[in-house]
Every structure is written in C-alpha cells, then in structure tokens.
Write a protein that binds this ligand. Structure first.
Ligand code: LLP
Length: 401
C-alpha cells in the first residue's frame, strides 16, 4: 500500500495538532473500499450490512450509511449508534450469541430488519417477547456449517466446537418450531465463518449447505429467499483489499433464486486507518533493541492479541532498511504490550512519529482504559481538510465515575 507524500504530510499535521497516540483515517480510502464492494457485486441483489464492531466512530458511520449500506450490530449500544448515524432501521440486523431479554426486546421495539438467532433457547425467548408485545419480529438463524475458513483460531467461527450458531439440522427444527408462532417471521438464513478469510471457496462450501437447508424448509411451506453470508473478507495488513470478485461471480449464478446480505467490517475500514505513536525512549535488553512509544496494547491490541504484524513507517525519520531488527513496545505494564517485533528499520530518534498501517479495523473499537490510560484521539483527513472526529479522553472521565 502506497501512502502519497501529501497524505503523509496531512498525517503529520494532524498529529502535531492533536497529539499522539492517535488514529487517523482517510475518507478517500474509506470511500474507495465501499465503491469496490458495490462494483464487485453490481450484478446481484445484495444488501451490505457494515459490521459496526470493526469501527464505530460516528463520523465514519455517517459516511458508510450515506453510501446506502445497512448495519450489522451486536449490542444495543451499536444499534442505537447505527440508528442515530443514519442507517435505515429496515437495513439493520442484530447478531450475537448472548443477547439479553432486554436487548431482544429493544430490537423488537425498533423494528429492525431481523434478529439473527444463535440458539434454540434464544428463539424461545424471542417468541415469548413477540407474543407479549403482540408484534411481528423478523428473524434469521445462524448456521454453523462446519467449514474451516483457515484463519487465526480466535477469529474462526464456522467449525463445530465453536460457540456460534447451530447445526443445519437444529436450524431446521427451529424454523419448524417457529412456524407455530405467527409473530415470528423467517426472513433469512445466516452464516459467518470467521474473519480474515482469503479464499472464496469457504463461502461457497457454506453456501451450498445453507441452500440444502432452504430446499428442505420449502417442503414445510417455509420460503426463505435471503441468504446472509456474514462478513470476514480478508485484507492483509499493509495492503488494500482484493475485491471479492470470484464470490460475486458465484452469487450471480444464484441470483434468480435468492438475494443476499454481506456483513463486511474489516475490509471496509482497515486500510483507511493509521495508528500513530511517538518514540519516547530507546534501550538495549541483551541483544534486543527496544523502542518504547507512547501508544500501547490498550490503544491497539491486535499485535498482542492475534500476533498481527502491521507494517510501520517512520513519519519524520529514516525508513531505510538497514538489517537492524527492533522491537517496538508501548508503556503498559505487561511484557505482551508490543506493537511490532523484529522490525527491520533504523532505530528511530526520540520524538520520531511511528505510523502503523491498516489500523482502521478493530483498532480504536478494541481499545480500553487499561492502566487507566486515556483512549486516543481520532482524526479524519479528507483532501486538505483535517478534522478531529473524537477527542482524546479526559482524565476527568475516570474521576467522574
Ligand atoms: N458478522 C459477524 C456476525 C461477525 O461476528 C463479524 C466479526 C463480522 C460480520 C465482520 O467480520 P469482518 O468483515 O470484520 O472480518 N477483533 C478481530 C476480528 C473479530 C471479528 C469478529 N466478528 C481482529 O482484530 O482480527
């Protein structure tokens, strides 16, 4: 992924004004990712429901909703945020294995497109709510198709043994049971295999299993015409998304029979985000060259949690490759608090600004106040315009609660 000198200048300007650690987003790259999805799937009837968990900054949400996207939410917080950021309620779906009675009830009141049910017991709770409210509730059932998406074990969800979804066999019984309640309206069948999936064949295998289920349901008089293929399309750190053209081509062979939902999160926002930290101190630990920065695992946890390697560039120092391997750590009191290890780069000077690429997804949204550190600022760059879109937290925020 190439960053233009002008954009690099803007990142520098932004952090000089708003400080570090900060997340900087490019509106152009965000819109380009949205456009790529629309272009790949132009031949099929598809609703894109952006997965808010990847990044729920409301300025970014407004850009995404303005482009006609729906939303995939997993909590009432995300649902309210989506509704107030311009997403049409009839384009919102609510997923998650552990929705509480209260959450299901709020979702029913908001009349969203559908609730994605993940267990028989949840379906029974939803049924009770629909009767008590005397109200139709749209639902889908999440199938675990037992397909291996070949990704990191923490973000793999579509194999038996995972907590997500139910088998196709159980889903059949659930749709059949739900038929007894006129308020439960079956809208779709859903699967989501995991995240960082690079091979479209995994979607294809799951799709064919879901299609068999839909055919069986037809025999019971249950007609489902929407297949929700979840999210998960991968983007390598430091690269832009390869458009999911092959998946789109496959879906277009099925377009007479179905319409589709996709729930992309990472592939929409990853490449548009940059996480910038400042070099504080350098030292040696045995043979290792250690660099300590002002941003840590509480701000950006992906390297520590998943071993993700996000490329890093020095914004105001040398980027020459010098066969010198450094480890970049944060200030948090844990040995696992690193941003990158074994990076081939010249030791940055104190004060040098280090910029981690592909930090737009699961960066800020997974940040925490661990060590009572403030959450970073978020800034949007659009052409020459540099706008603060979320303030750095105040210390007062901790003291007030
Ligand atoms: N739909 C459902 C039901 C999901 O659980 C997820 C992500 C998505 C859609 C969006 O998937 P995406 O297109 O972003 O891959 N924190 C991890 C990723 C966790 C993904 C959780 N579910 C990471 O930083 O790699």
């Amino acid at each position: 992924m190439i960053i233009s000198p002008q954009f690099k200048k803007n990142i520098l300007k932004a952090v000089l004004k708003y400080g570090t650690p900060s997340y900087i987003y490019s509106k152009d790259i965000l819109e380009d990712n949205i456009y790529k999805y629309k272009k790949s799937f132009r031949d099929v009837n598809v609703l894109f429901c952006y997965a808010l968990k990847a990044n729920s900054n409301r300025v970014l949400l407004k850009i995404i909703s303005k482009n006609g996207f729906g939303a995939d939410v997993v909590s009432i917080g995300e649902m309210l945020s989506a509704l107030s950021s311009g997403f049409d309620k009839k384009k919102i779906i609510f997923s998650g294995v552990g929705k509480t009675y209260e959450e299901l009830s709020v979702a029913a009141d908001k009349e969203i497109l559908f609730i994605n049910v993940e267990s028989f017991e949840e379906l029974k709770v939803l049924s009770k709510i629909s009767v008590l409210k005397n109200k139709n509730i749209g639902f889908s059932i999440r199938i675990n198709p037992n397909v291996d998406p070949h990704t990191h074990k923490y973000i793999s969800t579509g194999k038996y043994g995972s907590k997500f979804g139910v088998s196709a066999k159980e889903a059949f019984e659930m749709y059949k049971w739900a038929k007894k309640n006129k308020f439960l309206v079956p809208i779709a069948v859903h699967f989501h295999l995991g995240s960082q999936i690079f091979k479209y064949e995994a979607y294809l295998q799951a799709f064919l299993k879901v299609e068999q289920l839909i055919k069986k349901l037809k025999c019971l008089g249950i007609n489902i015409r929407i297949i929700d293929l979840g999210g998960g399309w991968g983007v390598k750190e430091g690269e832009v998304m390869t458009p999911p053209d092959k998946l789109a081509a496959f879906l277009s062979t099925k377009k007479e029979n179905y319409s589709f939902i996709m729930e992309p999160g990472r592939s929409i926002v990853s490449s548009c985000g940059f996480f910038v930290v400042k070099t504080l101190y350098r030292k040696k630990s045995g043979v290792r060259q250690i660099v300590i920065t002002d941003g840590g695992m509480n701000d950006f946890v992906r390297p520590s949690l998943y071993g993700a390697r996000h490329p890093v560039i020095n914004l105001n120092g040398s980027n020459s490759i010098v066969n010198n391997f450094i480890d970049i750590y944060g200030p948090v009191c844990e040995s696992g608090d690193f941003l990158a290890k074994n990076v081939n780069m010249k030791v940055p000077d104190r004060g040098n600004l280090l910029c981690f690429l592909s930090a737009g997804a699961y960066g800020y949204s997974m940040s925490s106040n661990y060590n009572l550190r403030r959450k970073p600022a978020e800034i949007l760059v659009s052409g020459k315009d540099i706008k603060l879109i979320r303030k750095r937290q105040n210390y007062e925020d901790f003291l007030e609660n």
